[in-house]
Ligand binder design. Structure first.
Ligand code: IPD
Ligand code: CA
Ligand code: CA
Length: 266
């Protein structure tokens, strides 16, 4: 039987080129505009997206594309690329060097291939379902930390809402229960950091499919676990994501399920 086609070589080439463009534009003054209050977009987001969607269309003319800045296309294919041309726009706009390009391919809404490229650290993460996850060609494994009290975890706060009440409660609880909580500002890289063992867990409540399609596959292929915050199976089209090394998953789920101090559940 013939092996299924690998989408990674082309996706990798595209992510590297888009990442190089971001790195070049990062050195120049940025023109910032707002999609909504606090939700920034730059010329770099748009130019990276144009490069990616043009090249994906050239190589995979049948595939659908959902891209954050609106440059996608609908087709009848069960394959769909989820494109975040610049994940970490707020960091980028402020000159904080933590951002990436994220390309995730889903088949019938299930991630099957992913590439995340951090052009500042020149770190390329790749994964294909059933074939493992890799950082610059080296196989990744999640951490072996067994105790939440010895873990380093991360979260994020979406820029387009001010309703962070529950997540601030979780942030407080995990700060008290672990070695600390980080908020790096790029969900795709946060997920890759769970895959590489730099973080032991990551959660966020309101992400879009392009933020997580590639990253969740990295975690799963590195031996980690991905669910929602209630422990239900991960759904790419839903908003929540909770990824961990698997070993501290239940302990983290208990913290999410405790409810807020005023007695309400999330
Ligand atoms: C954002 C980043 C951030 C996360 C936000 C996302 P963007 O993506 O991933 O870490 O907390 O929820 O919207 O806007 O920089 O592509
Ligand atoms: Ca994003
Ligand atoms: Ca983005």
């Amino acid at each position: 039987m013939m092996a299924p086609p690998s989408f990674l070589p082309i996706a990798t080439e595209i992510a590297r080129d888009a990442g190089s463009l971001l790195a070049e534009l990062f050195e120049r003054p940025h023109e910032i505009s707002y999609k909504r209050p606090r939700d920034l977009v730059t010329e770099a987001d748009r130019r990276s997206e144009a490069l990616i969607t043009e090249r994906l269309t050239l190589h995979f003319p049948d595939h659908a594309i959902v891209a954050e800045e609106g440059g996608g296309r609908k087709t009848s294919s069960a394959y769909c690329w989820y494109v975040d041309p610049l994940d970490g726009t707020t960091n980028f706009a402020h000159g904080f060097p933590m951002f990436c390009v994220s390309l995730g391919l889903a088949y019938k809404d299930v991630p099957v291939a992913g590439v995340v490229y951090d052009p500042i650290r020149k770190e390329l993460y790749t994964a294909e379902s059933g074939a493992g996850a890799f950082l610059n060609g080296k196989r990744l494994s999640v951490s072996k930390i067994q105790e939440l009290s010895e873990s380093l975890v991360a979260t994020g706060f979406p820029p387009y809402t001010t309703d962070h009440h529950m997540n601030i409660i979780y942030f407080t609880r995990f700060t008290q229960a672990s070695h600390g909580v980080r908020r790096p500002g790029s969900a795709a890289l946060d997920l890759c950091s769970v895959a590489s063992g730099r973080f032991d867990g990551f959660w966020e409540q309101r992400l879009n499919p392009w933020d997580k399609a590639a990253g969740v596959l990295m975690v799963a292929e590195a031996g980690g676990k991905v669910t929602d915050l209630a422990g239900n199976p991960f759904n790419l089209l839903a908003h929540e994501v909770f990824a961990s090394n698997g070993l501290i998953h239940d302990a983290m789920l208990r913290i999410f399920s405790e409810g807020s101090r005023d007695g309400t559940k999330k």
